[in-house]
Design a protein around this ligand. Structure first.
Ligand code: HEC
Ligand code: HEC
Length: 90
């Protein structure tokens, strides 16, 4: 069925809206702040975790990162169930 001029204009507007929305989303993502959460340090204390499964590795974190371990998490630390989701490995 050939398009009537009216319909053609409507779909032109829809296409423009689509493009503008896409551009806005891209711009938004592009301007997101840099990831600032500290990475897993690359030192002897942490090197054995680099190649472990994340879930395995996370069992060991609290050996040191707890009040008893000597290197507790800072006060106001966010919920900490999956350390390596936030503290990325290098
Ligand atoms: C053997 C003890 C030990 C274990 C186990 C350990 N850490 Fe650490 N971690 C430390 C020490 C000591 C520091 C502070 C000195 C430093 O920055 O290396 C630290 C620092 C950190 C920091 C801060 C880095 C920074 O740039 O400030 C993060 C994040 C961290 N550890 C995450 C983890 C995670 C996640 C695990 C488990 C996969 C883990 N650690 C297991 C001893 C340990
Ligand atoms: C939901 C995200 C998230 C999870 C999960 C998480 N952390 Fe953190 N952690 C942070 C943020 C945010 C900070 C403070 C900002 C920063 O890293 O500099 C922080 C800070 C730290 C610090 C101090 C870093 C410094 O530079 O002083 C250590 C050590 C740490 N976390 C270890 C852990 C361990 C061990 C676990 C798992 C038991 C864990 N974190 C789970 C987000 C997270």
């Amino acid at each position: 069925m050939p398009q009537t001029p009216k319909r053609r204009i409507k779909s032109l507007y829809l296409n423009i809206a689509f493009l503008v929305t896409g551009a806005a989303i891209l711009l938004f993502l592009f301007n997101a702040p840099k990831e600032t959460t500290a990475k897993l340090p690359n030192d002897p204390d942490h090197s054995r975790f680099q190649n472990m499964k994340k879930k395995e590795a996370e069992k060991f974190c609290t050996e040191c990162h707890s009040p008893e371990g000597g290197y507790p998490l800072p006060e106001g630390h966010p919920p900490k169930y999956r350390c390596l989701f936030c503290h990325k490995r290098n």
